[in-house]
Design a protein around this ligand. Structure first.
Ligand SMILES: CC(C)(COP(=O)(O)OP(=O)(O)OC[C@H]1O[C@@H](n2cnc3c(N)ncnc32)[C@H](O)[C@@H]1OP(=O)(O)O)[C@@H](O)C(=O)NCCC(=O)NCCS
Length: 182
């Protein structure tokens, strides 16, 4: 993707409901036993000239910034990494200690992505998607290559305390190793 990319907080002119429906089929996300309306969450958007190319929605829960959704269109051009980096900046500005997200056993590409941008697995809830389907019946039953979607998996990135000089090294993984302009 060669166009200059801007990452910024979502504004009133951004069509968050439209994006959520195109990306997730609905504005509602059910995860960790809770229901989130993606159109009403704080969001970061990736904007190429004239169009949205990525959205990350989040909630602040205690000492953590919880990423509720993250998606890029097109995939594989560094948009997801840039959005996550911006979310980490938000967390650091608010002196939060961790950034978390949840995916499922059926989303193998997302498991790869979160680890590539520095997250580590922190917990597993076997069978939790059945409860999420009670809240959002439209959750698909099959994921990547037909895998049955059953389990929730949490990942997290622990942020260094401001005085932790080694922290910068741990966060370096968020930087684009290829130095791409996206
Ligand atoms: C997951 C998603 C947000 C990633 O965004 P993206 O713009 O495609 O990802 P990027 O191009 O920024 O990739 C960042 C890094 O992750 C790596 N990565 C991406 N997918 C990967 C995978 N399946 N396995 C391993 N690494 C992966 C990339 O190689 C890249 O690393 P590099 O910079 O060292 O090459 C995007 O693919 C998407 O919208 N997926 C559908 C929605 C979804 O599942 N979202 C996550 C659950 S909330």
């Amino acid at each position: 993707m060669r166009e200059p990319l801007t990452i910024r907080a979502a504004g009133v002119t951004d069509d968050m409901p439209g994006w959520a429906r195109r990306s997730w089929g609905d504005t509602v996300m059910a995860v960790q036993g809770r229901v989130y309306d993606l159109a009403r969450r704080p969001a970061l958007v990736a904007v190429a000239p004239g169009s949205l190319v990525g959205v990350l929605t989040y909630a602040v829960e205690g000492e953590a910034l919880e990423i509720i959704s993250c998606d890029a269109d097109p995939h594989g051009h560094g948009v997801g990494r840039r959005l996550v980096r911006a979310a980490v900046d938000v967390a650091r500005e608010r002196s939060l200690r961790r950034v978390r997200c949840t995916t499922t056993n059926g989303n193998l590409p997302a498991l790869g992505f979160w680890q590539a941008v520095g997250f580590t697995l922190s917990s597993l809830r076997p069978g939790a998607v059945a409860a999420a389907r009670q809240l959002k019946p439209a959750i698909p039953t099959q994921g990547h290559r037909g895998l049955p979607i059953r389990d929730e998996i949490d990942l997290e990135l622990v942020l260094p305390a401001p005085v932790d000089a080694g922290g910068a090294d741990r966060l370096r993984v968020l930087e684009d190793p290829a130095g791409r302009t996206v």
